[in-house]
Design a protein around this ligand. Structure first.
Ligand SMILES: [Zn+2]
Length: 342
């Protein structure tokens, strides 16, 4: 974790308010920090944690050069603990909360504050949540809990009632575009708009896409989907390629494509078709008017299947990803094949 020195523009007001509470001794021992997914609440929490631990903070941020800041910048400040689901697990387990208890029983290494970032409240299983309550009820004097949530209404009332709510805003389109341009100066404005659209306005997901690795993965998946559509490869082969590590990305791209193609099909407006691979896919759709309603129907029902698969893989049921992907890729091939002859 590098040291954050500047609050996100759309968080500036919340940042000023929070710093004022901290500096006037009016901060609670627990904040419930909520915001739309991928809009920067982790960034906010890390920056606040770093400032809480800093020995000589400024109003804007942590100082960046005291011993605590040097440890924070290196990612190993012993007075900060981040609790989140481990590896591929989707929940925070009770043994992680027990480790936290140990952290709370030890006093601060620098005789200052200790910060616990809990990422996120929704991922606590029931027994972990109950174990956490104890720490929230009788917190050590110097401990500050920063509890994150995408959906604060889904957080157990016993937890949320012990925290001060801190709701962060999302950027508007102009803020998001300006910020992304500043983060990735090499990206063209077309790239930035496409990434933001694809990420459904979630600015940190758009950032990940613009950074090289995700961008090339995205292009690779797009190219492979085109091969499936053109029947130049087998659905099985593509499913095998992605099922292990990038199943969610394939489903995200599929759902984005289908949603865009549906809008294009219904309205005839090209503005919905962004990105090279999707433009090519749109060209492979039939243009005869008689087939339009049938195609629109096919796109919608396929879209519903993809969304259902997304829900399945996000849940706890652990479906067979190879079969799931294979099935959807064959549906994709079928959709374009059945339209071709019309
Ligand atoms: Zn410092």
């Amino acid at each position: 974790m590098s040291l954050a020195t500047q609050a996100l523009p759309w968080h500036q007001e919340a940042w000023n308010r929070t710093v004022e509470q901290v500096d006037s001794g009016k901060a609670p021992h627990a904040y419930l920090i909520s915001a739309q997914a991928a809009s920067g609440k982790r960034y906010f929490a890390n920056m606040l944690a770093q400032r809480l631990l800093c020995h000589t903070p400024t109003p804007q941020s942590a100082c960046g050069h005291c011993p605590a800041c040097l440890l924070s910048a290196a990612g190993n400040n012993p007075d900060l603990i981040i609790v989140k689901p481990l590896d591929k697990s989707k929940v925070i387990r009770i043994d992680q909360i027990r480790d936290l208890k140990h952290f709370l029983e030890t006093s601060s290494h620098s005789f200052g504050k200790r910060v616990i970032v809990l990422d996120t409240a929704e991922t606590l299983n029931i027994s972990a949540a109950n174990a956490l309550l104890k720490g929230l009820e009788e917190p050590p004097q110097d401990a500050v809990f920063l509890i994150l949530s995408d959906r604060p209404k889904a957080v157990m009332a016993t937890i949320s009632s012990r925290c001060r709510p801190l709701k962060l805003s999302s950027p508007n389109a102009a803020q998001a575009i300006a910020w992304l341009n500043a983060q990735v100066p090499s990206a063209t404005s077309e790239d930035v708009e496409f990434a933001l659209d694809y990420a459904q306005g979630r600015v940190f997901n758009a950032l990940a896409m613009l950074e090289d690795e995700t961008k090339s993965l995205h292009e690779e998946i797009g190219a492979d989907l085109l091969l499936v559509i053109k029947q130049q490869t087998l659905a099985t082969k593509i499913a095998t390629r992605y099922q292990k590590n990038h199943c969610a990305e394939v489903l995200n791209i599929l759902s984005y494509w289908l949603s865009a193609l549906s809008k294009f099909e219904v309205t005839g407006q090209r503005q919905f078709i962004k990105g090279r691979a999707l433009q090519e896919a749109a060209q492979l759709m039939p243009s005869q008017a008689s087939s339009h309603s049938q195609l629109a129907k096919g796109l919608m029902s396929f879209y519903a299947n993809v969304v259902q698969a997304q829900t399945q893989i996000a849940g706890v049921s652990n479906p067979n990803l190879q079969l799931l992907l294979e099935d959807l890729l064959m549906q994709l091939q079928q959709l374009f094949r059945s339209q071709k002859g019309l």
